[in-house]
Design a protein around this ligand. Structure first.
Ligand code: PLP
Length: 429
């Protein structure tokens, strides 16, 4: 479900006209729909109502303070992967008590900061890290709450760069070693509290099967660890995929259903109905860490077509946004539906939509048939709410775009466009 639709030939986000918004704030511009974000969160929560469940939003998908505040006010927990993300959650009005800290390379500084703030749990990804957290906790004379991330060795059937649950991925600890490690920890590592068990097999999963396989494999382990070590929670990670193709079936209200059938066989309801029966008997608190599902379809990147260039092999439409603003196509062949903000043309054209950056990988679409675009027209890259702005960079010394949050008929600038001064901030001659 999302809240982008044409009204009188102009794309709107909720009740806000995106042409007006882009003129007011300039392009490239990220725009998010608050109601879409909340709807996704609530729909997931209600599908899991039979479980003692906690939804920890994966902050790395979209870490804007206003988005975090929106979810914090709604009651979300947070899954973080750095000290910087913890800092953001706290600034947005959240607390460390609501955060689980994942990631393979936590530093001393990050561990100390999290302990001082009272983190809910570290999700530990190696024995060395487990021992290091114990050592720091001993120095600080505190007890660190930890869970171990198990690598269940299942194939998530997603892009190899976003698959995390196979033995050859760097994430988690092999299934075979987990019980032994909880034993060791409980006997030797006196500054740890074994609070849970965690897994996360990958991102943008488009079918429920790998989730079921992984949960079936790991649930008995969670049961054992509950009996032996009194763990309190089992986190099954995030990774629920969203529809990227046909993300806007113009004029149709039933967008989500359309796509559930055509592109995304995985729905929230299917996910829940398959997993809840396996999880409920555990009697553990069940945690989820969705990122993309919550914010992905809630965002759009608006860009202006600067130039058209007709060559012998191709027609290029050169946009003022590039891979520095949205890197998913360049990084892992991510697909974004591209639509005109002003739906005027009834002629189609096969084009490459490219950015201004000096890299041949800087494109949003290749050989795609789109409504014919003119110079000065604005386009929208749909489903850009997750892993969009958060991955933006200043490469080519381009300023980071502005971000706007829409709610019904109102909109708020939630991040100013960077200035040239911002670009050199911290540098010294
Ligand atoms: C990235 C990540 C998530 C979120 O993944 P999505 O595909 O955005 O749902 C959840 N848990 C962990 C540990 C992650 O690294």
């Amino acid at each position: 479900m999302h809240d982008f639709h044409y009204h009188d030939g102009t794309l709107h986000c909720e009740g806000v006209n995106l042409t007006d918004l882009a003129i007011q704030h300039g392009t490239p511009l990220y725009v998010y729909s608050a109601n879409t974000i909340l709807e996704h969160y609530r729909r997931l929560s209600s599908a899991l109502s039979d479980l003692d469940h906690h939804i920890a939003f994966a902050v790395k998908a979209n870490s804007n303070l206003s988005i975090l505040k929106l979810l914090n006010d709604e009651g979300a927990d947070f899954d973080i992967v750095s000290g910087g993300e913890l800092f953001r959650v706290i600034r947005a009005g959240g607390t460390a008590k609501k955060c689980t800290f994942a990631g393979v390379g936590k530093t001393r500084e990050e561990i100390e900061y999290s302990l001082n703030e009272g983190i809910y749990c570290f999700n530990v990804e190696s024995e060395a890290e487990l021992r290091f957290i114990n050592k720091i906790s001993n120095e600080l004379n505190v007890i660190a709450p930890v869970a171990i991330r198990v690598n269940p060795n299942v194939d998530a059937k997603t892009h190899k760069y976003i698959s995390t649950g196979k033995s050859e991925n760097k994430f988690g600890i092999d299934f075979e070693f987990i019980e032994g490690l909880y034993e060791t920890a409980s006997k030797e590592l006196k500054n740890l509290e074994l609070r849970g068990l965690q897994m996360h097999i990958g991102s943008q999963l488009s079918e429920v099967k790998p989730f079921v396989e992984a949960v079936q494999r790991v649930a008995p382990l969670a049961q054992k660890l509950k009996q032996k070590h009194d763990i309190k929670f089992f986190s099954i990670g995030g990774g629920i995929g969203i529809a990227y193709e046909d993300a806007l079936a113009s004029g149709k209200d039933s967008w989500w259903q359309e796509n559930d059938q055509n592109n995304t066989p995985l729905t929230i309801e299917e996910y829940a109905s398959e997993l809840v029966p396996i999880l409920a008997p555990l009697g553990l608190k069940i945690m989820l860490e969705p990122g993309r599902l919550i914010v992905g379809n809630a965002g759009i990147l608006i860009s202006e077509i600067l130039y058209k260039k007709v060559g012998t092999a191709k027609t290029f439409a050169i946009a003022d946004a590039g891979m520095g603003d949205l890197i998913r196509p360049a990084l892992y062949q991510g697909h974004h539906e591209i639509v005109p903000i002003q739906n005027t043309s009834n002629e189609n054209e096969t084009v490459d939509i490219v950015g201004p950056i000096c890299e041949s990988g800087d494109f949003f679409a290749q050989d795609r048939e789109l409504p014919k675009l003119e110079e000065g027209e604005m386009i929208g890259m749909l489903s850009s709410g997750a892993y969009g702005f958060v991955m933006a960079s200043n490469y080519n010394s381009r300023t980071l775009p502005a971000e706007v949050l829409v709610s019904d008929k109102t909109h708020k600038l939630i991040r100013k466009r960077q200035t040239y001064e911002d670009l050199i901030n911290g540098e010294d001659l």
